[in-house]
Design a protein around this ligand. Structure first.
Ligand code: NAP
Ligand code: MG
Length: 464
């Protein structure tokens, strides 16, 4: 798509208040593909005013009509899926098949789930002599990252719209074209003016202005833990509602009775997909001492299929490339055994990182504790099941994970003891209705499904 030279505010594309622009770069070839305006606090203020003005009307729109608009939005996203996939590939660098299946496909599912939920959700409940009204929180400030550019947007905007909230979005500076395309889709779907607004810009300018704006009622942020803490402090000081979706360092626990080859292959695919830029990726694989070397060689074989420029794309930008390569160097320095990949860039052009596997990783190593956000897998050894549990829970994060056992019962028993928000049992399938979010420093609140919808509601009780 061709970039818009403005902000989408109050149902139209308006000129930005300032002159600054952001260059959009294709990470696969480092070429500038377009420019978008860099928003200022003034643009953010105009967008928040538009969202505030639209709020009473949208909040009072019957849920069935809100559902119809979200269904129309889903249909536009489905109709434009090829253009979405191409846009994501151009600005994120992901291989086209991944963009089609995941980056364009999942948002259609999620928007569809909220079209259904808006129609079926009970916005009123009886409790003894009370009637409890579930009312929209108000104006939502949404700040999203680049790793799943459209999914991250839809996972916030769809439930907000279903609840009756209005939204101002500040997307990641690396992936603004997908966000502009989404704004076009909201217009095409017939959302009333001001219900959805877009301000492209830099996090420390437009993002911060949005998080600090006194007329924003709820700040929903996905991104790094460092920025999340800052936003949490700002929102807390202003007594605003807050949702934080932060980092992860999830464990893939392979119990002694599990199908080792399957667990390792699915585990490698989970980490390498999207160049490792998935907050819920199972970046720590835990294997018992007896089958450890077999798992390491299976992982080395599996990762060889991830050829940079073919099955695996670049990471998003030069800074992330340097950061991920720095972690690989750190792993070697701290004594982990490199079994695939390494810190050298695999291609001369593009922000590629070699798909990397480390063995002999111990729980206290930096690569076992910090979120790397690149195609890097660490394999850790455990002595017995209690040791596996201790290692699995031994990080500040708790976003996701996986358990493979001899049967579901054994895997579930282990999963119950994990300090984490989402666990896949023996290779369980993705469910767009399952609550997604973190224990510990992985975040506050949940996204997706009815739990995600309830984040955008506040309760009022009437006594009779
Ligand atoms: P980030 O800085 O936290 O960016 C996330 C979003 O917040 C972007 O829209 C960003 O804008 C905005 N932002 C940045 N500083 C802000 C501020 N002071 N106030 C308000 N908004 C602000 O993440 P990143 O720099 O893209 O990535 C760094 C690391 O974060 C990654 O290596 C990874 O570990 C983690 N990460 C996690 C997730 C996740 O899904 N949990 C996603 C992405 C990254 P700009 O785009 O202009 O920076
Ligand atoms: Mg940043």
């Amino acid at each position: 798509m061709k970039a818009h030279d403005g902000m989408y505010i109050g149902g139209e594309w308006r000129p930005a208040s300032g002159q600054d622009t952001i260059a959009v770069v294709n990470p696969a070839d480092e070429q500038v593909i377009d420019h978008v305006p860099a928003g200022t606090a003034e643009d953010v203020d105009a967008a928040v005013r538009a969202a505030r003005a639209a709020f009473p009307g949208w909040a009072a729109t019957p849920p069935a009509e809100r559902a119809a608009r979200i269904a129309a939005l889903r249909d536009v996203l489905a109709a434009r899926k090829d253009e979405i996939a191409e846009t994501v590939t151009a600005e994120l660098g992901s291989p086209l098949p991944l963009s089609q299946m995941v980056h364009a496909g999942v948002p259609v599912l999620v928007a569809g789930s909220y079209a259904e939920l808006a129609a079926s959700y009970s916005f009123e409940e009886k409790l003894g002599n009370s009637t409890v009204l579930l009312e929209p929180v108000g104006v939502v400030g949404a700040i999203t990252p680049w790793n799943y550019p459209l999914h991250q947007i839809v996972a916030k905007v769809a439930p907000a719209l279903a609840a009756g909230c209005t939204v101002v979005l500040k997307p990641a500076e690396d992936t603004p074209l997908t966000a502009q395309l989404f704004a076009e889709a909201t217009q095409e779907a017939g959302l009333p003016a001001g219900v959805f607004n877009l301000v492209t810009g830099i996090g420390t300018v437009a993002g911060q202005a949005l998080a600090e704006h006194e007329d924003v009622d709820l700040v929903s942020f996905t991104g790094s833990t460092a920025v999340g803490k800052q936003i949490g402090a700002t929102a807390g000081a202003a007594v605003k509602r807050l949702a934080l979706e932060l980092g992860g360092k999830s464990a893939n626990v392979i119990l002694p009775g599990a199908d080792l080859a399957k667990a390792v292959n699915v585990g490698v695919a989970n980490v390498m997909s999207n160049s490792g830029q998935t907050c819920s990726a199972w970046t720590r694989m835990l294997v018992d001492a007896e089958r450890y070397e077999e798992a390491v060689s299976l992982a080395a074989t599996a990762v060889a299929k991830y050829v940079p420029g073919e099955r695996v794309g670049p990471v998003v930008n030069a800074k992330q490339q340097a950061r991920v390569r720095g972690y690989i160097e750190k792993g070697i320095e701290e004594g982990a055994r490199l079994v695939a990949g390494g810190p050298e860039a695999p291609k001369d052009q593009g922000y590629y990182v070699s798909p990397t596997v480390f063995a002999d990783v111990t729980p206290e190593m930096t690569i076992a504790q910090e979120e790397i956000f690149g195609p890097v897998l660490s394999i850790l050894r455990y002595e017995d099941v209690d040791d596996a549990l201790r290692i699995a829970n031994d990080t500040v994060y708790g976003l996701a994970g996986a358990v493979w056992g001899a049967d579901d019962e054994e895997a579930v028993a282990f999963a119950r003891r994990m300090d984490t928000g989402q666990v896949d049992i023996n290779g369980g399938r993705f469910n767009p209705l399952a609550p997604f979010g973190g224990y510990k420093q992985s975040g506050v609140g949940r996204e997706l499904g009815p739990h995600g919808l309830s984040e955008y509601l506040q309760t009022k009780s009437l006594q009779f």
